[in-house]
Structures are given as C-alpha cells and as structure tokens.
Design a binder for this molecule. Sequence first.
Ligand SMILES: [Fe+2]
Ligand SMILES: [Fe+2]
Length: 212
Amino acid sequence: MADWRSEEFYKERRDELEKRVGPRRFKHSLGVSETAEALARVYGADKTAARMAGLLHDWDKGYDDPGILARADELGMELDAELSAMPRVLHGLTAAVALGRAFPELPPKVLAAVERHTLGAVDMSDLDMIVYIADALEPGRKGKMVQKLREKVGELELRDLFLGVYAYWVQLIMERRHPMYSKTTEIWNSYMPEQEVYRAEANPDPVPYGRP
Ligand SMILES: [Fe+2]
Ligand SMILES: [Fe+2]
C-alpha cells in the first residue's frame, strides 16, 4: 500500500480530483486543503491529515442529484427518506465510503473529516472541525461574515470557531430556502455544555441562564 502521507500520494489524488470535478471546484478543493493545513498548524492538529482531508472532501461533488443517489446505491449505502431527499449533502458521505474502499491506506480520521464536512456531527474531532471550517473560509469564499470569521482564526478556541462557521451555514441554508437537516439542533446543542465551561472561565461568577 502507498504511504498516504507521501507527497506522491497527495499529487496522485490531486490529479485524479482534477478529472472528477470542474475547475472551480478543483480550485476550491486546493484552497480547502491549504486552509485546513494552516488551521492544523494554528490549532495543533495533524497537518498532513488536514491537508489530505481538505483536498478530498469534495471528491464526489462532480455528481448531479440523480448521479449522487445512484452512487450511494452503488456503494450499498442505505439512506433514510430524509437524506434521500437531500442529494446535495450526500457527496461527503459517499466520498468517505468510496475513498475508504479505493485507498484503504487512508486513516479513518481522514475519512471521518470528509464524511462530516457537509452535515457536521455531535462528536466532531479537531480534524473534523478543521476541515469543516476550511470549507467555509478558504480564500475563494467571499463575504462579510466569511471575512469576520477568518479574523477569528487563532483568536477563538477551535470549538468556538467551528460554532461560528456552523451558525453561518445554518443561516445561509435558511436564507437560501434549502431544507434543514433534522439533526441540526441536536448537533448544535451537543456543543453547548462546552460553551458553559468557556463562559465560566471567562466569568468566574456567571448568572445561570434563565435566572434574574
Ligand atoms: Fe462539500
Ligand atoms: Fe467544499
């Protein structure tokens, strides 16, 4: 098996990706790869894994809606009714399965970060969060909010930065009238106890929520 950490492995996957997606998506993927590596440096995560997961995260983005549903079926994935009706978010899930089969040398943590870059999860690892954030903040992404979030890199804890990006995406989904994944609230809420800890550190005598 090839060494997934080698430069050669990275370049081979990069060249394959270029044939799988359009030029805009390819450029975006290189941006996410670079941004994920930079975030891993800032937040002390595995830089090679971040760079690789960033490169591969949109591996299956070249499929149209019927195509991605057929792809999931081909891969033997069982989708519930909700996910079947949201083909736009499936490319992360199918990519993780397909990449794991095509390149068994890729570690589960890289595949997990690819899988979770669309919907998130209740138990995101640092690497998962890094790829999720990089997808939104790579240099090709424009906008006031994106710029604001970029300025918070290194200033905020990784989890807080992730929540900032998550909130931004939820807002975009609503503004664009896209369907909201039913687990979004559950995912959001799962990070709230962490926030309580941060607040307690910042304010040694916090007023409990809901009390005067
Ligand atoms: Fe994506
Ligand atoms: Fe992406």
